[in-house]
Design a protein around this ligand. Structure first.
Ligand SMILES: Cc1cc2nc3c(=O)[nH]c(=O)nc-3n(C[C@H](O)[C@H](O)[C@H](O)COP(=O)(O)OP(=O)(O)OC[C@H]3O[C@@H](n4cnc5c(N)ncnc54)[C@H](O)[C@@H]3O)c2cc1C
Length: 386
């Protein structure tokens, strides 16, 4: 073996944001301070959808992130999307998940797999926020095991007839169009196809609304499909390709939830630091310092994992394992940060409308949706062992 020669001075890894990304971060931060921080507690208390914030986000261009420029979008990178979502979720996680689902779970698969006609029909309305998008994969008995879904689609002339009930659909009652996954034959995975279903189609209706622990401003509902007629031109991707589309979409969506976890962690860190400063003028109490140091360190580590996975997706590399690592680590650290923030604040952290109490409830959900933590660990283990 020959020894290394010459110099080893290369460009290395650059952790700084370029000017455009720094500008996006600043704009999103100011947006959160202006539109979200003053209202998040009320939306949570009243379980009311943050419509004014979503309209304001649309005016900022935040609902056009994943849409190609020819359809009115920004063709933003996954890294840009993560930066935006961290800032929004720092202000309000209910607004954050609405924006994430719209961009990552609706517009993104339509942009990637849609026909030119589908893109021209739906993406411009999604870009302006005139319409909101949602994603219908889960069913009773088909959550972690999404391939067990039973919602059926049968061919009838130029149409498909959909029958089934989708559960836990984010933005179910406020979305205008859904990506719906349904079974077109009995093959467990290759028997699943994706459809674009408008809320106005006969046979498509909103079922019960969930009363949730957290993210209470984000309406989560059933979507009922009863003899729902969907034109064949609204099939997204090829027949039998739906499961692949669902999984690929979730690779991107998971990055959104990892970024959501970063945003909630940031809010926890800010609230805990503020409390510690107000209750310990000299900042010498280790009981505060240790926890604050742990949250800050975990936040940085989780952000590095998230941005790395987003960058891999941007350069077209497979990021399934890396995005599962980012999501599971960021969401677990987010829950730890929320517990630590509550502990720092003591009784003041669990009553009187304390921000950290809401953050702890919101944080809990990051470990469940878009693949529960144990499922992410299976994905990582499979990647490592392969
Ligand atoms: C607020 C909220 C919003 C949501 N929004 C949407 C949406 O917009 N669209 C949509 O389609 N779905 C949505 N979901 C559904 C979500 O994706 C599912 O809840 C999630 O996939 C978990 O499925 P489950 O709830 O059926 O739990 P289960 O699959 O029953 O899992 C329960 C527990 O068992 C563990 N587990 C399950 N299988 C295994 C295994 N093989 N190995 C090890 N552990 C396992 C899991 O880790 C989990 O902790 C949402 C859920 C919530 C809570």
């Amino acid at each position: 073996m020959t020894a290394l020669t010459g110099t080893l001075v290369g460009p290395g890894v650059d952790f700084r944001l370029d000017e455009q990304l720094a500008d996006l971060q600043r704009r999103a931060h100011e947006f959160a301070d202006r539109e979200l921080v003053p209202n998040a507690a009320r939306w949570d208390r009243e379980a009311s959808f943050p419509r004014s914030a979503i309209d304001a986000a649309a005016r900022e261009g935040f609902l056009r992130m994943t849409i190609p420029t020819e359809y009115g979008g920004l063709a933003a990178s996954n890294v840009a999307n993560c930066i935006l979502l961290e800032e929004i979720n720092r202000g309000c996680a209910s607004t954050g998940v609405t924006v994430s689902v719209h961009n990552s779970l609706f517009s993104s698969p339509v942009a990637k797999h849609g026909t030119p006609e589908q893109k021209a029909e739906y993406l411009p309305k999604m870009a302006t926020g005139e319409w909101l998008g949602a994603y219908c994969l889960s069913e009773a008995g088909a959550g972690s095991d999404a391939a067990a879904l039973r919602c059926a689609a049968r061919r009838d002339g130029d149409d498909w007839i959909l029958d089934g009930a989708k559960l836990w659909i984010t933005s179910g009652s406020v979305a205008d169009c859904f990506v719906v996954f349904a079974r077109t034959n009995e093959h467990r995975t290759r028997g699943i196809s994706a459809f674009l279903v408008e809320k106005g189609y006969a046979g498509c209706s909103v079922g019960k609304k969930e009363v949730k622990l957290g993210l209470r401003g984000s309406p989560t509902t059933e979507i009922l499909l009863e003899n729902c007629r969907v034109p064949n031109k609204n099939m997204l991707g090829e027949e039998g390709n739906g499961f692949k589309i669902a999984l690929d979409t979730l690779d991107g969506g998971r990055l959104g939830i990892a970024a959501q976890s970063l945003g909630i962690m940031r809010a926890c860190l800010e609230a805990a630091t503020k409390f510690a400063c107000e209750h310990d003028a000299v900042g010498s109490q280790q009981r505060f310092q240790w926890k604050i140091a742990d949250i800050a360190t975990a936040l940085d580590a989780a952000r590095l994992l998230t941005w790395r996975a987003a960058h891999l997706r941007d350069i077209g590399e497979n990021c399934t394992m890396q995005s599962a690592m980012a999501k599971s680590f960021a969401s677990r650290m987010c829950n730890q940060a929320a517990r630590d923030a509550v502990e720092i604040c003591g009784a003041a952290g669990i009553g009187g409308g304390a921000d950290v109490e809401r953050l702890m409830r919101d944080a809990r959900i990051t470990e469940i949706y878009e693949g529960a933590t144990d499922i992410q660990r299976l994905v990582v283990a499979r990647g490592v062992m392969a």
